[in-house]
Design a protein around this ligand. Structure first.
Ligand code: TRP
Length: 338
């Protein structure tokens, strides 16, 4: 039998509208893995309720997120996309893992400290503290070999590794200790209005953020009004964060090197360059937007993807969970009539 391909798993919260930073920094890179790995992509709605939210929006965002993933190249014929709350086992495993996780380690997580800063402990849900344990469960439930994560999630992955090792030592070898997966390319996309900050949905200034579903005229307007630097050369340089960011963006959507683009624009003004960046971004995003809009009209296809994703994920999850429950000393579950 052919050797099984390694398992890659990654997840993201259903934030609704994805932006160019999500796409170039993450999703586009994930799409490149489909042929070489068994890929699982989770839309983690259980994580999304750790901070205040609106239920109807969560439901809607979960579906939009799925449509955008598929439109961005996560071909459901080659990977499994699932919604976290559809698979029984994430919270069950999180409970068992949580009982092995030192409280102090959770309190020391940078993301928890950032989110809890300045708040009374009475106003912070315990879910925020427990968040990394649920994330560990997401990963270990599938016995993932590799996990692509952004820098802000590295600490959570380290914790996952600690918890996996702790379980293996306390009971017996059960989990693979997952490794971070590093993408070769696809760097950070910065805000168009403040190129020293990452492009982010929570950016107060929406004109700095290119959403994948922005229509072409909006994309063009945002790019043309991007903050540029003093001087007039089109070069990637530390003292030119605005132009460097636009060069990186254009390079990513055209698959040409920044150096190559610099040569093309020698002696040209910022306006000409920005027009070219806008043309390139629009050309790249237009098919994605069209595909996504078509999918949003086709609920049947979306539901089928979720159904298949969940049933495959559930099969894998069941194997892990029953092993874990047995090792933890729980009695075998009686067969129930349904
Ligand atoms: N915490 C991650 C984030 O906010 C999302 C996440 C949840 C995740 N579970 C995961 C990422 C498992 C990778 C693997 O980005």
């Amino acid at each position: 039998m052919a050797k099984e391909k390694p398992v890659i798993l990654t997840c993201a919260q259903p934030t609704g509208q994805l932006h160019l930073g999500n796409y170039l920094g993450a999703i586009k890179n994930w799409a490149a893995l489909l042929d070489d790995y068994q890929c699982y992509f989770g839309i983690v709605d259980l994580h999304a309720i750790t901070t205040p939210y609106v239920p109807a929006e969560l439901r809607k965002n979960t579906l939009t997120c799925l449509a955008q993933y598929i439109a961005c190249g996560l071909d459901p014929a080659k990977c499994r996309i699932f919604v976290q709350s559809h698979v029984i086992g994430h919270t069950e495993l999180a409970w068992v893992l949580g009982c092995l996780t030192p409280m102090g380690q959770l309190q020391r997580m940078t993301q928890f400290k950032d989110k809890a800063r300045g708040k009374e402990s009475g106003s912070i849900g315990a879910g925020l503290l427990y968040y990394p344990v649920l994330m560990a469960a997401d990963i270990l439930l599938y016995n993932a070999d590799l996990v692509p994560v952004g820098d802000d999630q590295k600490q959570h992955l380290e914790l996952t590794r600690d918890i996996a090792a702790k379980f293996n030592n306390t009971y017996s070898p059960t989990f693979k200790v997952p490794e971070p997966y590093k993408h070769g390319s696809g760097g950070r996309v910065m805000s168009l209005q403040d190129p020293t900050k990452k492009m982010s949905k929570s950016d107060a200034n929406e004109s700095g953020v290119l959403f994948l579903l922005d229509p072409p005229n909006i994309l063009r307007k945002k790019i043309m009004s991007a903050v540029t630097d003093t001087g007039k050369e089109i070069v990637a340089r530390e003292d030119k964060p605005g132009i460097s960011n636009l060069l990186d963006i254009m390079s990513a959507v055209t698959d040409r090197s920044a150096g190559d683009l610099e040569k093309e624009f020698v002696g040209q003004g910022y306006a000409t360059f920005k027009t070219a960046v806008a043309d390139a971004v629009i050309a790249h995003l237009e098919p994605i937007r069209e595909k996504c809009n078509a999918l949003m009209e086709d609920k049947e296809t979306l539901n089928k993807v979720l159904q298949e994703g969940a049933s495959d994920a559930q099969r894998r999850a069941n194997r892990t969970l029953s092993k874990v429950y047995r090792k933890a000393g729980f009695m075998e579950r009686p067969t129930l009539e349904r």
